[in-house]
Design a protein around this ligand. Structure first.
Ligand SMILES: [Zn+2]
Length: 1003
């Protein structure tokens, strides 16, 4: 036979587009439309419903950026439609291609009952099936004129990302507001043809099945009378019955479809809009669940559930009912789908504490799955935290976005830095917005790397990012793909059901050790510096607030601020969402984040001050005390206690020959030259110079930084090809403190002021930048005379090692990586560290010199200046503190990292404070001391081995403990754990490398 494939394929496309799809709604009548423009920010639903609208015509413009308009639509079902299925078609002016990235609406009945959300792929509201004719129809639409930020010319700077700069030009034009007859047979024919056609296109040209599908499609199109599509659709469908009934082969890939709407808790919209996005999507999904008995929908992020509960009780009522029905499934176990690179140890733990507790409290659901489809890489500390939270499985598809290397598994065990292994699945469909297209389903089956030993994968199905969720079309396609020859099979399932099958069929999956590094979006470790500093500062203040408030509660009976700490933790956790902390949101989000962090800092500072006053008194006897919230003793003040501080060690400053200054104490001799660069850092004890000859440290380096796309997210490797060393100083003078030097520099439109201070063998570098650059990357470089194959970066409850070389593409791809409080590198017997109070991004490179030595250069990333999505990213003043620690062991790096993040607080006070809990081994770091969240008054202590070795230690409560238990992160006693014993008022513990332990002391 002749090969006429292309003819049939083109025919299918044209007839579907131009004749069959338009016939789904064969007749329609216009609705009467009126509108009320809400002034300013969104109003409560009752206010929107009660407002008096004015008439508006279809075709009229509406909606200033970020404005809300309440539409009223009214009409009468024509009598001649009796017996037909009728729907309202409500097109706010949608562009078909961007659900969640443009205007949206939520439809209500006049009494305020939510009906469903409106988006470009979901414009209909069912009026009746069948109608009697003559019914009055009245609906209200809360329509949000969210502007398009990421459009067809992506990544161009726009002022639309903040209401304060977005202007007032209408963004949309009302497109269609009709009542229409819905011809379900034609709609089913569309789905039949789409499923058959899309499958056909994925099959090999020499596959008999492809030709069978093509011939059946040809016959179906022959059967369609183009002048009477509605009258002939049933006949056309009959031509496809046979090919759509052929069952899948026994070896077919098995897809568990999970209805989903990945909703970014803030991104190209502010937090307040996400509250409404979630309500719209949840309304859509409760409506779809009611219509589709097999459909299953999963929603993650406890924060989003909490928003519905707090702000949309009428939607919450529908959601809780659907959850009880078992097919609207709370999934994941985190407060938000956070970044996992940057959150500190305790914050990462609390994501799980608050996320899991919400689902347990509201629904009695204790999830074992962690749901992070879109997070930008996964720190090696995460597996231990997942397990300690009582979970054991992880899902993400994000690593498929890596640009360099293809990850070798889709289902595997992920081993974290302490050895904990988590059963992990990467959906091979490579998206969290699966639409059930033939292309996606075939890609999942082809792409699945564990073929032959495993057969199941998961497909998160529904419009996401900006929400929307699953559509009836996706459900209809899934029904046809349940068991279809040539395709993978598709079954709606819960995440838990999928994981149970995947685990059962694959008892010995391969193992991936260490971080899941995303080879993309590396600049998210640096963009929006103030958001990152706000996070780090909040984490430190929360530690202090819990520690001092718990100490005050136990020692003085002062009330413990349970409610305030719970609320503040949730605020900080929310801002760790994977587009807020990474700095990839619009200006509005980051402007608000800065204000929120300031309020958090003020409230926590007040809690800390109150607790310290309760403990130390008001200083009326004239005393002054230093509170040390760090996990190690400092200047004579015990860890977690307060005492008068010992005098600081002496430092000498002298003029340097040739300009600059020399700073010296008993440990170091540091030379700062006339350019303000550190040209020597001599470790007296080791008798060794830290810096390579002729390569100064404290060198600011400025790079051009214009990535090919995703400006706030990405730094592309070629940024290193050009660099300007900022060696010119305006001024280098003696600083105020005896061991300090002050430096000022100007470059471009920006200025930098630095104060370098030698203190106890540590060179502190305080950098103030008034930053006014565009598309530049500012780094602070420390070339070091060290030959090391690898370096250590702190992560949650431990550290990870990365190579200093680029032997493989995997190592080369890690050209920008994450650290928490320190980066450390060493040769046997001598090491060096840089600690930081707020930066996360860094890079380490190496060069072998002519003298045979090796220069290993550690550079911390200070600032970027991308112009999308926030055109003014990082403009203005910033302050950073770093410190260089020549001669540092890994233990020194851990300790000094804490010190630089938890400055001592000197306050008036006379009563020294003994620590509430002590541990007698410096390798064991206490990360949290707090009262139990259940209000019992029990004291909870969390600690971990911090150096990567073994530790035996005694943990001693500084109060009369009545008992002790090992618990999970949610402070629940762990089953099967040997009960620890309190002997002589302390507990002996023995820790594996990086092992974290939570103890709960009764009292
Ligand atoms: Zn996302």
């Amino acid at each position: 036979m002749h090969d006429d494939r292309e003819l049939v394929e083109s025919r299918l496309k044209r007839v579907l587009d131009e004749r069959i799809r338009p016939a789904v709604y064969p007749v329609s009548v216009p609705l009467e439309v009126a509108v009320w423009h809400a002034p300013g920010e969104p109003v409560p639903v009752a206010e929107g419903l009660a407002a008096s609208p004015s008439p508006i015509a279809v075709g009229a413009e509406w909606g200033a950026p970020w404005a809300t308009c309440w539409f009223t639509v009214k009409g009468t079902v024509p009598a001649e439609w009796a017996g037909r299925t009728v729907e309202a078609i409500l097109d706010l002016g949608f562009d078909q291609n961007m659900p969640g990235f443009q205007c949206e609406g939520l439809v209500y009945l006049p009494d305020g009952t939510p009906v469903k959300g409106l988006n470009p792929r979901n414009q209909w509201v069912r009026v009746g099936a069948p109608v009697a004719g003559g019914e009055r129809v009245e609906l209200r639409i809360e329509a949000a004129a969210n502007p398009v930020i990421l459009d067809y010319h992506p990544f161009l700077p726009t002022t639309l990302g903040d209401k304060e700069t977005a202007g007032s030009a209408p963004q949309y034009r009302l497109a269609r507001m009709d009542l229409a007859v819905f011809d379900e047979t034609v709609w089913q024919l569309v789905i039949d043809l789409e499923v058959a056609g899309e499958l056909m296109m994925e099959l090999p040209a020499d596959s008999g099945r492809r030709w069978e599908l093509m011939r059946a499609i040809g016959r179906a199109l022959d059967a369609v009378d183009l002048q009477d599509v509605n009258g002939t659709a049933a006949t056309a469908r009959a031509e496809l019955t046979g090919v759509l009934a052929a069952p899948a082969t026994p070896s077919a890939h098995r897809i568990s479809a999970v209805g989903h709407a990945h909703i970014d808790s803030a991104w190209l919209w502010p937090l307040r809009e996400t509250v409404r996005k979630v309500a719209r999507t949840a309304s859509n999904m409760t409506a779809l669940l009611a219509d589709e008995p097999e459909f299953v929908f999963a929603m993650s992020q406890a924060q989003q559930w909490a928003w519905i509960k707090e702000h949309r009780p009428e939607v919450w009522a529908k959601v809780t009912k659907a959850v009880a029905g078992g097919r609207f499934v709370p999934t994941g176990g985190m407060w938000v789908e956070s970044d996992t690179n940057m959150p500190g140890s305790e914050a990462m733990a609390r994501q799980f504490v608050h996320g899991k507790r919400f689902f347990i409290d509201e629904f009695g659901v204790d999830n074992e799955e962690v749901w992070l489809p879109d997070t930008f890489g996964f720190a090696a500390g995460l597996p231990q935290i997942i397990k300690a939270a009582g979970s054991k499985r992880l899902l993400t598809q994000k690593i498929s976005w890596s640009r360099t290397n293809s990850f070798p598994h889709h289902t595997f065990l992920w081993e974290g830095l302490d050895g904990t292994r988590i059963f992990t699945h990467f959906p091979p469909v490579d998206t969290y917005n699966c639409s059930m297209s033939g292309k996606e389903i075939a890609h999942a089956a082809r792409n699945f790397k564990d073929k032959g030993v495993a057969r199941h994968s998961l497909a998160p199905t529904g419009w996401g990012d900006g929400g929307g969720g699953t559509t009836r079309e996706m459900v209809a396609k899934a029904a046809r793909l349940r068991d279809l020859e040539g395709s993978a099979t598709v079954t709606w399932e819960t995440p838990a059901a999928f994981f149970a099958k995947a685990e059962a069929e694959y008892p010995h999956p391969p193992v991936w050790v260490g971080e899941l590094y995303l080879e993309l979006h590396r600049a998210t470790l640096t963009s929006q510096a103030k958001t990152k500093q706000g996070n780090r500062r909040s984490e430190s203040l929360l530690r202090e607030a819990e520690l001092w408030a718990a100490t005050a509660a136990v020692r003085t009976g002062a009330p413990y601020p349970y409610e305030r700490l719970d609320r503040i933790w949730k605020t900080v956790l929310l801002h760790q969402f994977h587009d807020i902390l990474p700095g990839s949101s619009i200006a509005w989000v980051h402007r608000e984040a800065e204000q929120t962090y300031a309020a958090v800092a003020a409230e926590l500072t007040e809690i800390i001050a109150g607790a310290q006053r309760a403990l130390a008194g008001d200083g009326s006897a004239g005393g002054r005390l230093v509170f040390n919230a760090a996990p190690h003793a400092r200047n004579g003040v015990p860890a977690g206690g307060a005492a008068p501080a010992a005098p600081a060690p002496g430092v000498r400053r002298s003029e340097r020959d040739g300009g600059g200054f020399v700073l010296e104490d008993d440990l170091l001799r540091v030379e700062i030259d006339g350019r303000g660069l550190i040209v020597s850092a001599y470790d007296r004890a080791a008798g060794r110079e830290s810096l390579p000859p002729g390569q100064p440290a404290n060198l600011l380096q400025l790079h051009q930084d214009f990535p090919n796309m995703w400006d706030a997210w990405d730094v592309d490797e070629f940024y290193r090809n050009t660099v300007v060393d900022l060696t010119e100083a305006d001024e280098v003078t003696a600083g105020d403190a005896p061991g300090s030097v002050r430096i000022t520099r100007s470059f471009g439109a920006s200025r930098v002021g630095q104060v370098l201070t030698l203190t106890g063998g540590r060179i502190d570098i305080r950098t103030e930048v008034d930053w006014h650059e565009t598309e530049k990357f500012l780094k602070l470089a420390f070339p070091l005379d060290v030959r090391a194959e690898r370096y250590a970066s702190e992560s949650q409850y431990g550290h990870v090692h990365r190579a200093t070389h680029t032997n493989t593409s995997w190592e080369a791809a890690k050209f920008e990586a994450c650290n928490h409080k320190f980066v450390h590198l060493e040769e046997p017997g001598w090491g060096v560290a840089v600690v930081t109070d707020s930066t996360y991004g860094h890079d380490v490179t190496r060069a072998v010199r002519e003298d045979g030595g090796t220069t290993t250069t550690l550079r911390v990333s200070l600032l970027r200046a991308p112009r999308f999505p926030d055109p003014e990213t990082d403009q203005g003043r910033h302050t950073f503190t770093h410190a260089l620690l020549p001669g540092a062991t890994i233990g020194d790096a851990v300790r000094e990292g804490w010190f630089v993040n938890l400055p001592e607080r000197e306050v008036p006070g006379d009563a020294e404070v003994a620590p509430l809990v002590t541990v007698d081994d410096d390798a064991v770091v206490i990360t949290a001391v707090k009262l139990a969240d259940d209000g019992s008054g029990d004291v909870v202590v969390r600690f971990h081995e911090s150096r990567g070795g073994r530790a035996r230690a005694r943990v001693r409560p500084g109060f009369a403990a009545t008992g002790v238990a090992v618990t999970d992160l949610l402070e629940r006693p762990l089953d099967g754990t040997t009960a620890p014993e309190l002997t002589d008022g302390s507990v002996a513990v023995s820790l594996r490398p990086f092992e974290l332990v939570t103890l709960r002391f009764g009292r």
